[in-house]
Write a protein that binds this ligand. Structure first.
Ligand SMILES: *[C@@H]1O[C@H](CO)[C@@H](O)[C@H](O)[C@H]1NC(C)=O
Ligand SMILES: *[C@@H]1O[C@H](CO)[C@@H](O)[C@H](O)[C@H]1NC(C)=O
Ligand SMILES: [Zn+2]
Length: 437
C-alpha cells in the first residue's frame, strides 16, 4: 500500500514536469538539470566544472551513464558543449531538451537509447559562457574575450613541425612553451575537464550557418569526415543540396555558400576554432564544430521545430563513439596507462600509416580508435616492453567497436607464452578499480 502511494506520487511529479521549449535563463538551467536527475537518478549526475565563469556562475554538466561519476573500460566518453558564444542559444536549449529526452526514453525502455546510455558515458555542457547569455551583449565572456579563440594555439606547433619535417601531431600540450593570451576562467575550466576525462568524441555547438565542420587535419587521420557526415545526413536539411545557403543575397543566389552541396560538412581551415583543434591536438578526442542554423539567435517559438530537425542527428552522432576499435593494454599484472596505439591502413595495395596516435587511459588502460570500415594493422607500444601488432577488420554497419586487447611483455623478462594471452587483461577488471572524475 505504502509503495503504491509512493509510486503514485512519483508518477504525479514526473507527469507535472514535462519539458517546455523556451529559453532557460541561468537560474532555470541548473533547476532543469536537477529535475532530469530526479526523474532518472540511477543513470545521471549533475556536476560543475572546476571553475565558474568570470561573474561566478557555475558551469553545469549533466552526465548519463550506467555508473555516473566513474569511467568504465570499453565505454567511450562523449561530450556536447554549447553556448560558447553568449548569443548563440540554440545549442543550449537543444542540450537541455536532449537531457530530458534521454531520461524519458530510458524510462520508456527505448532500446536504442538504453543501449547508448549503457554502453557510453555522455556529458552535456549546455553553457560554457553563461555571462554572455544576452541577445544584445553578443558572443564574448564578461572580459570581452571570445572563448572559442582563447585556447592555446596548438596549431602553430603543428605548422612548425610540418615545416621542419617532423611527423608528430598528437598530444601536443607538453610541447607548448608559452600560452599566448592569458586564459579566461571558462577556458581553464574546459581545458581541465578535457584533460581529466578520456573523451573520445565531442561536438561544439554554434550558430550562424548550417554545417558540420571537422578539424583541418582530420581527413588524414582515420574517420572523421564520416563522423561529421553522420550529423549532417541525419539532420533535417543540413545535407540538402537544394536548400538556400545562409549567406545567399537573393533567391537566384541561393546556391552560394550552400554547404549542403558538399554533404553538409566542411573542413576546419575555413572555420577556425582553437577549441576544436585543442581537443584533437592535445587529447584523444575528435571534436567537430556544429553550426546549427543561419540565425545565431533562435526565437522561443522556433525551438521545438529545431529540436525535431536535430534530434536524429544528435543521437546518431553519439553513436559514432562506437565505430572502429577499442580495447585495453596490460602487462602480466597491471593495466598500462599512456600506452601508444598506432594504426596503419592496409585496406588498399599500399599500407598507409594514419598519422594520429591515441593513448590508453587510466585506470583500465583502455583506448578507442574511431575508424571507418577496412583492414588495419594496430600496434601497442609502451617504454620497456616489446611492442605488439595485430591485424583487424572493421566491418560495415557497426553498433559496437571491434574489441582488441593487448598484453605486452617486458623486455628482459622470462618468456612465458601464457603472458601473451590478452584475454588475461580482463581478469584485472574484476578488481573493480574505480576512480571518481
Ligand atoms: C560584466 O558584468 C557586469 C556586471 O553585471 C556588467 O555591468 C558589465 O557590463 C559586463 N561586461 C561585459 C563586457 O559583458
Ligand atoms: C584506408 O584505405 C582505403 C583504400 O586506400 C581508403 O579508401 C580508406 O578511406 C582508408 N581509410 C582510412 C580510415 O584512412
Ligand atoms: Zn559561435
Amino acid at each position: 500500500m505504502v509503495s503504491y502511494l509512493v509510486l503514485c506520487l512519483a508518477l504525479t511529479i514526473a507527469a507535472s514536469s514535462a519539458f517546455e521549449w523556451k529559453h532557460h535563463n541561468n537560474e532555470e538551467l541548473p533547476l532543469l538539470l536537477e529535475e532530469v536527475h530526479q526523474k532518472c537518478p540511477s543513470i545521471t549526475r549533475v556536476y560543475t566544472l572546476s571553475e565558474p565563469s568570470v561573474r561566478g556562475v557555475p558551469l553545469y554538466v549533466i552526465e548519463f551513464a550506467e555508473t555516473p561519476g566513474f569511467h568504465q573500460p570499453y565505454k567511450p566518453e562523449v561530450k556536447y558543449v554549447a553556448n560558447i558564444h553568449g548569443n548563440e542559444v540554440l545549442g543550449r536549449e537543444l542540450l537541455l531538451g536532449l537531457a530530458d529526452y534521454l531520461c524519458e526514453q530510458y524510462l520508456k525502455n527505448d532500446r536504442n537509447i538504453r543501449n547508448l546510455i549503457e554502453g557510453s558515458r555522455i556529458h552535456l555542457l549546455p553553457s560554457m559562457n553563461p555571462d554572455g547569455l544576452h541577445y544584445l551583449i553578443g558572443r564574448n565572456n564578461n572580459h570581452s574575450v571570445d572563448l572559442n579563440r582563447n585556447f592555446p594555439d596548438l596549431d602553430a606547433i603543428t605548422f612548425e613541425y610540418e615545416r621542419q619535417g617532423i611527423n608528430h601531431n598528437n598530444h601536443l600540450l607538453k610541447d607548448l612553451t608559452r600560452l599566448g593570451e592569458p586564459l579566461e576562467p571558462e577556458t581553464r575550466a574546459l581545458m581541465r575537464w578535457i584533460m581529466s576525462i578520456p573523451f573520445v568524441l565531442s561536438a561544439a555547438m554554434h550558430g550562424g550557418d548550417l554545417v558540420a565542420n571537422y578539424p583541418y587535419d582530420e581527413s588524414r587521420s582515420g574517420a572523421p569526415v564520416e563522423i561529421a557526415l553522420a550529423y549532417a545526413s541525419n539532420h533535417a536539411d543540413m545535407s540538402s543540396t537544394t536548400r538556400r545557403g545562409c549567406n545567399a543575397i537573393s533567391p537566384e543566389d541561393s546556391m552560394t555558400y550552400n554547404f549542403g552541396k558538399q554533404g553538409g560538412v566542411t573542413n576546419g581551415a575555413a572555420w577556425y576554432s582553437l577549441k576544436g583543434d585543442f581537443n584533437y591536438l592535445a587529447t584523444n578526442a575528435f571534436e567537430i564544430t556544429l553550426e546549427l542554423g543561419c540565425d545565431k539567435y533562435t526565437y522561443a517559438n522556433e525551438l521545438e521545430t529545431e529540436w525535431e530537425r536535430n534530434k536524429a542527428a544528435l543521437i546518431a552522432y553519439l553513436w559514432q563513439a562506437h565505430i572502429g576499435i577499442k580495447g585495453t593494454v596490460c602487462d602480466e599484472a597491471n593495466y598500462l596507462e599512456n600506452a601508444i596505439i598506432s594504426v596503419v591502413n592496409i585496406t588498399g595495395n599500399v599500407p598507409r600509416p594514419i598519422r594520429h596516435d591515441v593513448t590508453t587511459a587510466g585506470p583500465f588502460g583502455d583506448f578507442y580508435r574511431l575508424l571507418t570500415p577496412g583492414h588495419y594493422e594496430v600496434t601497442a607500444k609502451f617504454p620497456g616492453y616489446f611492442s605488439s601488432s595485430r591485424v583487424v577488420t572493421v566491418p560495415y554497419h557497426q553498433t559496437s567497436a571491434v574489441v582488441i586487447n593487448f598484453k605486452l611483455e617486458k623486455i628482459g623478462g622470462t618468456y612465458n607464452a601464457g603472458l601473451r594471452d590478452e584475454n588475461l587483461c580482463v581478469k584485472v577488471t574484476s578488481m573493480t578499480l574505480r576512480t571518481h572524475i
